[in-house]
Design a protein around this ligand. Structure first.
Ligand code: ATP
Ligand code: MG
Length: 439
């Protein structure tokens, strides 16, 4: 079988060959071809064909419809019928699509020249070849992101393309060709048409890239930032530049730690705002809360004067599985702190060591580490259900943070019962005080 001038898994080629054998044209296309030509790993291959979706379903038993535009998922590969898009009344999805039998038509509706390169056969009798009417390969060599056709029109049709262009340029470290760049700036406001969910996905993908700072710079230069992250766009330029440096400093740490990258992006905002933005980006409630906790804890200055109890008090509210992220974020902030840098970096190293010491000593930091829980208090001491349980636990926690040696069941139950007696003694006094004005 003919093979393309780039690496493709045998399974994917087999899907293509099956389309050909069934009498159809079929091409590898899209991001897979782009990345393979660049020698990058490819996770998703797309195939385009003249076969209608019903026909594709027939050719591949067990395949399934993926969406209303007739993409079929067959053996892990997305097979999409050639198509032409029509009218984009909402600057987003096309209102309608027409299936086509012409690969050139299909390539013309794609967003970027580097995404509009195909390799395959027009039909069973044709030879396999590269089809690249927009010279995407030229742009790959020149490392340029360029819209297919008239950039202004293409961005006007579909505002998601604005973010895709930035994300792909940032990920590949390509420049955006000037006319395309100008069109992005002109149409930046249209991103309002893109759903928050979709914007969130794009931004998270930008953050997952090797150097997310590139995306932030491009968003800022094009004016897209003011629409997708107005809170950041409103920061003074020097502060935004710090964030950009910070993202680079974090890029050295292992990728895929989403709350960390997001906390880095939002670390110059008040924690409550960071939470709001994270929720808007649809990261999920738990993760948004993690982002807030990281931002909040990262801005607390550490000094050598902290006692061990100070340190434990500081760590208490930080979810335990975020401690590494917190220390990495703090260290990255110190490295990008400018003049204060060297001293700040040394301080952060000291903090990291002291935290490790507390963890090694299994110092109790949160309620989960406490040797008693609410049920203990109710069942052993007969504490009535209600807010008093929480108050007692908080009190014990504070004692244990101060003095970890107190963290044994017996000691804590004794202390709890003493505290409880005092609370009960106080209660009638308060009652009398409240009644006295009437009586
Ligand atoms: P990646 O998968 O790395 O995000 P990709 O380019 O493969 O990049 P997909 O979303 O998988 O992106 O889309 C596959 C192909 O479909 C693209 O390469 C492009 O040719 C086309 N495409 C995707 N979204 C659009 C769009 N909004 N407008 C025009 N063409 C698009
Ligand atoms: Mg893809």
């Amino acid at each position: 079988m003919e093979v393309p001038p780039f690496a493709v898994p045998a399974d994917t080629l087999a899907v293509l060959a099956r389309l050909w054998a069934a009498g159809h044209g079929g091409y590898l296309v899209g991001g897979g071809v782009r990345d393979a030509l660049l020698g990058l790993p490819v996770f998703d291959w797309d195939i385009a064909t003249d076969a209608r979706p019903e026909r594709v379903l027939q050719i591949f038993p067990g395949s399934s419809y993926e969406n209303r535009f007739g993409t079929v998922l067959a053996q892990g590969t997305e097979i999409t019928t050639f198509r032409r898009d029509h009218r984009y009344a909402d600057h987003r999805r096309p209102d309608a699509v027409t299936f086509s039998t012409d690969v050139f038509e299909d390539l013309a509706r794609r967003d970027l020249t580097i995404n509009a390169i195909a390799w395959g056969r027009r039909g069973p009798d044709a030879a396999a070849r590269m089809v690249d009417p927009a010279d995407g390969q030229g742009d790959l060599r020149a490392r340029l992101v360029r819209a297919v056709g008239d950039p202004a029109r293409r961005f006007d049709e579909d505002a998601l393309r604005l973010l895709r262009a930035v994300r792909i340029a940032a990920r590949l470290d390509f420049r955006i060709e000037p006319v395309t760049m100008a069109a992005i700036s002109t149409h930046a406001g249209d991103v309002e048409w893109v759903s928050e969910e979709r914007i969130g996905t794009e931004i998270r993908r930008m953050l997952a890239a090797e150097f997310p700072s590139r995306a932030l710079r491009l968003l800022s230069e094009t004016g897209l930032l003011a629409v997708v992250l107005p809170e950041l766009a409103a920061l003074p330029l020097a502060t935004l530049a710090r964030t950009t440096d910070l993202l680079d400093a974090l890029a050295g740490t292992e990728p895929g730690r989403e709350p960390l990258a997001l906390a880095g992006l939002l670390s110059e905002l008040p924690p409550a705002t960071a939470l709001e933005v994270a929720e808007r980006l649809r990261v999920g409630r738990r993760e948004a809360e993690h982002v807030r906790a990281l931002v909040e804890a990262a801005i607390v200055p550490y000094t050598t004067g902290w006692t061990d109890a100070d340190l434990r008090r500081y760590l208490g509210p930080v979810p335990p599985d975020l401690l590494d992220e917190l220390l990495d974020l703090r260290a990255a902030r110190a490295r990008t702190a400018g003049d204060a840098g060297p001293q700040a970096v040394a301080l952060e190293a000291e903090l990291r060591e002291r935290v490790a010491g507390q963890l090694a000593a299994k110092a109790p930091l949160t309620l989960a580490d406490l040797a008693v829980d609410g049920r203990d208090l109710r069942e052993t001491l007969g504490v009535p259900e209600g807010p008093i349980v929480g108050r007692l636990l908080a009190r014990l926690m504070a004692d244990v943070i101060e003095e970890p040696g107190l963290n044994s069941r017996a000691t804590l139950l004794t202390r709890a019962s003493l505290a409880l007696e005092r609370m009960v003694d106080d209660a009638p006094a308060q009652g009398r005080a409240r009644r006295s004005p009437i009586g």
